[in-house]
Design a protein around this ligand. Structure first.
Ligand SMILES: Nc1ncnc2c1ncn2[C@@H]1O[C@H](COP(=O)(O)OP(=O)(O)OP(=O)(O)O)[C@@H](O)[C@H]1O
Length: 454
């Protein structure tokens, strides 16, 4: 009798030994069998996202079929279904079983060293996956596994300090680990701009083109700086076309989507969307703790769970700052000659709390919290619907934005889908008055302030 759960356990342990941890987490961990029909041989498997489905169908289904045969002489015909909604999908995975070796930039062949400044810490092994980044990590792995074919270009976007550069460079490390002679070019977009300008000044355009148009992997960080630079965009367009047509991989990062980059030419916007665009969103508490734990381990620090939890709860939007908080605690412990514990962490980070408070909230954060509270969406808050269930939350969100941020009325209007500042003013007046007469609104505003910690 074929036992589906047992077979899946067997298959998973096989895959665990064959794939790196990152790849395993990305492809297998959340994939589950649903049913097997012994007459039709159909095995239904739930995968996390459409991209995962595509990847399984293209790259992993055959392994599953082989393993079923190896396990029970069983022929199966896998069918993949997407379970739940996965958000902006994209996925992952190196087919090479070995973990990705680290390669310090000093190990690069001479011809690349002048362009290549890969940070040796930015590998897949050191990258912690969590809710906010697993699709991006998956996509990066898929690209590292199949450069130039799977998702080209790969466009990683998201807020400051969330790991975009780290992931992008991890692709570079993996390519160099597998093909040490590959030509990997990693640049900040400003470097491209400067190189281009210099090449015109020095009449070295041929060298410029040679550098950018003949690489195997081009990694361009913070591409939003191409905004409004027509000549650069024109040049980059040709670079892109050449690499793309030669099936060379292009990876870009940005703080926003291509169509949100001011005055980015239509043809670049369209090309940037040919491959895959994947967002990294801020890490949840669990991921932040995991990042700190990994970092502490790497630094040989022993920190108990409560203290890690405390530090992770102090910085919630930027991993660079999260790492900074750990460094601060570490420094404090050295100066005070004490072990790291929660009291010491509190002392060390006391001023961080102040800074964070003074820095104030973002309107977007307020919108998110208000939308959640009233079980609506930020899109509705920014929209035009005039029904009461939306109008009240929208007005409360405007009121709190006015009260708790430094944003001007026009700026708030803008953040609410481009509304006029008089609309914001009206909302603020209305909620101020309601606070005196309407107990429901009063308690909602009270709760929301508490949630926003203000
Ligand atoms: N998931 C993660 N696991 C481990 N470290 C991470 C992770 N995400 C980010 N980091 C670390 O956080 C720091 C900031 O990451 P990175 O520079 O890649 O962010 P970024 O999104 O490119 O930021 P920016 O928008 O400023 O360019 C780096 O030290 C990086 O190693």
């Amino acid at each position: 009798m074929f036992d589906l759960d047992k077979f899946w356990q067997f298959f998973n342990s096989e895959m665990k030994s064959r794939y790196s941890e990152v790849a395993y987490n990305a492809w297998f961990k959340n994939t589950k069998p649903i049913s097997f029909d012994k007459n039709t041989k159909e095995m239904i498997i739930a995968v996390e996202s459409p991209v995962s489905k595509g990847y399984w169908e293209k790259n992993l289904a055959s392994q599953l079929v082989q393993e079923a045969y190896a396990y029970a002489d069983m022929e199966i015909s896998p069918v993949f279904q997407v379970a739940g909604s996965g958000g902006p999908e994209r996925i992952v995975t190196p087919s090479k079983p070995e973990p990705v070796p680290h390669l310090a930039s000093s190990d690069q062949p001479d011809e690349f060293t002048k362009d290549l400044q890969l940070n040796s810490n930015y590998t897949f092994d050191t990258f912690v996956q969590g809710e906010g980044n697993k699709l991006a990590a998956g996509a990066a792995l898929a690209v590292a596994d199949n450069p130039g074919s799977f998702y080209n270009p790969l466009f990683i976007f998201g807020g400051v300090g969330l790991g975009k550069t780290h992931l992008m460079q991890a692709i570079g490390h993996q390519m160099l680990a597998e093909k040490p002679n590959a030509k990997v070019v990693y640049i900040q977009s400003e470097t491209f701009v400067n190189d281009f300008i210099n090449s015109i000044k020095n009449k070295t355009q041929d060298e410029f083109r040679e550098k950018y148009r003949t690489c195997d992997l081009l990694l361009v960080d913070d591409i939003q700086f191409f905004a409004k630079k027509e000549g650069i965009q024109e040049e980059f367009f040709h670079t892109f076309e050449t690499l793309y047509n030669d099936q060379k991989q292009i990876v870009m990062t940005s703080d926003r989507l291509p169509n949100e980059i001011p005055a980015l030419s239509e043809r670049l916007v369209s090309r940037f969307t040919w491959g895959l665009q994947v967002e990294i969103t801020p890490p949840d508490l669990e991921t932040r703790i995991a990042i700190l734990r990994k970092r502490a381990e790497a630094d040989g620090l022993s920190i108990d769970d409560n203290t890690l939890d405390y530090i992770a709860s102090q910085v919630d939007t930027n991993i660079r700052e999260l790492e900074g908080a750990l460094v601060k605690v570490q420094a404090h412990a050295t100066i005070e000659k004490e072990d790291i514990n929660i009291d010491l962490a509190k002392e060390a980070l006391a001023d961080l709390k102040l800074v964070q408070k003074n820095r104030g909230l973002q309107v977007s954060k307020i919108q998110e919290v208000v939308a959640n509270y009233f079980q609506t969406s930020t899109t509705e808050l920014k929209g035009k619907k005039r029904v009461k269930q939306i109008v009240i939350p929208r007005q409360i969100a405007m009121y709190l934005s006015r009260e708790l941020t430094d944003s001007s009325l026009p700026k708030i209007g803008q953040e609410f889908g481009g509304k006029d500042h008089t609309t914001v003013m009206h909302a603020c007046d209305k909620i101020s008055r309601a606070l005196k007469t309407d107990s429901e609104i009063k308690s909602a505003v009270y709760d929301l302030r508490a949630m926003l910690d203000h």
